[in-house]
Structures are given as structure tokens and as C-alpha cells.
Design a protein around this ligand. Structure first.
Ligand code: IDP
Ligand code: MG
Length: 139
């Protein structure tokens, strides 16, 4: 079923010049970009985005990292895109991410793992609204 998801290239991916590489993989897989922007997250947005993690021990380090530089946020559309992009991203932990996935090819840290992707269609709707206004998405 056609759906949308929220992805962003984290500050490590931007610093390491992996923006084009990541977007290429998504485009080559047949996914359609419907929104794209570079921005710096702030504390408020970080809290809203990572609300399920704010009380976890790793959150302070995650927040410091995610605010450490610009990110490139995008909305992509395709059939079953949430599950498909999670597969393309690979596992959260760098030690478990399989080669061929984005994290498996580029990540060498659990926190600094190149890319975020929504983990369910319901969560995607919330996250898209956190980052994009309706008129920034090209139907
Ligand atoms: P996900 O990004 O694969 O959905 P989540 O469990 O939702 O993974 O965690 C969000 C982000 O928080 C991860 O991508 C990673 O940057 C960071 N993170 C998650 N678990 C840990 C951890 O155990 N130590 C350090 N950072 C973590
Ligand atoms: Mg997650």
C-alpha cells in the first residue's frame, strides 16, 4: 500500500558527505522524494522526535549528537515504504547492521548511525508533521 515516511540523514552522515549516497540509494530503489530540507534540530524538536527515549540513559548523548550539526530531512513515498526503508537502513546497533544496508555499510557507532527512519506508519504521520508543513510536501 502506498504510504509516506520521515527519514533524515543525521549530523554524522552530513559531516561525512553521505547525503548524496543515501538519497541515491533511496531513489535507485524506486522511492519518490516528496519533501527535502536541511535544518538544525533544536532541543524542543529533539524531545518531540525522540519522546520514547527521553528518559533513557543514552538520551543525553543522543541529544548532544543530534544537535551537533545540520541534518537533511526528507519525506519519501512508495509501497510499504516504512518497512522497506527500515530494511534498507539496517539494525540500530552498528555491530548488528548487515553489510548492504546503509548502517551496515557506513555506521561505526550505535548513536552515530547515519540515518533515522520512522518505525511505523502511525509514527511516520506524527514525525512528518514534526518536520514539514503540508505545503512543503509535493503531492
Ligand atoms: P532506530 O533509530 O533504529 O529506530 P531507536 O531504538 O529508535 O533506533 O533509537 C533511536 C536512536 O537513538 C538510534 O538510532 C541511535 O542513534 C540512538 N540509540 C539507540 N539505542 C542506543 C544505545 O543503546 N546507545 C546509544 N545510542 C542509542
Ligand atoms: Mg526508532
Amino acid at each position: 500500500m502506498k504510504e509516506r515516511t520521515l527519514l533524515f540523514i543525521k549530523p554524522d552522515g552530513v559531516r561525512r558527505g553521505l547525503v548524496g549516497e543515501v538519497i541515491s540509494r533511496l531513489e535507485h530503489r524506486g522511492l519518490r522524494l516528496v519533501g527535502l530540507k536541511m535544518l538544525r534540530m533544536n532541543r524542543d524538536l529533539a524531545h518531540r522526535h525522540y519522546e520514547e527515549h527521553v528518559n533513557k540513559p543514552f538520551y543525553p548523548g543522543l541529544e548532544e549528537f543530534i544537535l551537533s550539526g545540520p541534518i537533511v530531512a526528507m519525506v519519501v513515498e512508495g509501497d510499504d515504504v516504512v518497512e522497506m526503508t527500515r530494511t534498507m537502513m539496517g539494525k540500530t546497533k552498528h555491530t548488528e547492521a548487515v553489510p548492504g544496508t546503509i548502517r551496515g555499510d557506513f555506521a561505526f557507532s550505535t548513536t552515530q548511525n547515519i540515518i533515522h527512519g520512522s518505525d511505523s506508519p502511525a509514527r511516520a504521520q506524527v514525525e512528518i508533521a514534526n518536520f514539514f508543513k503540508e505545503d512543503e510536501l509535493i503531492g
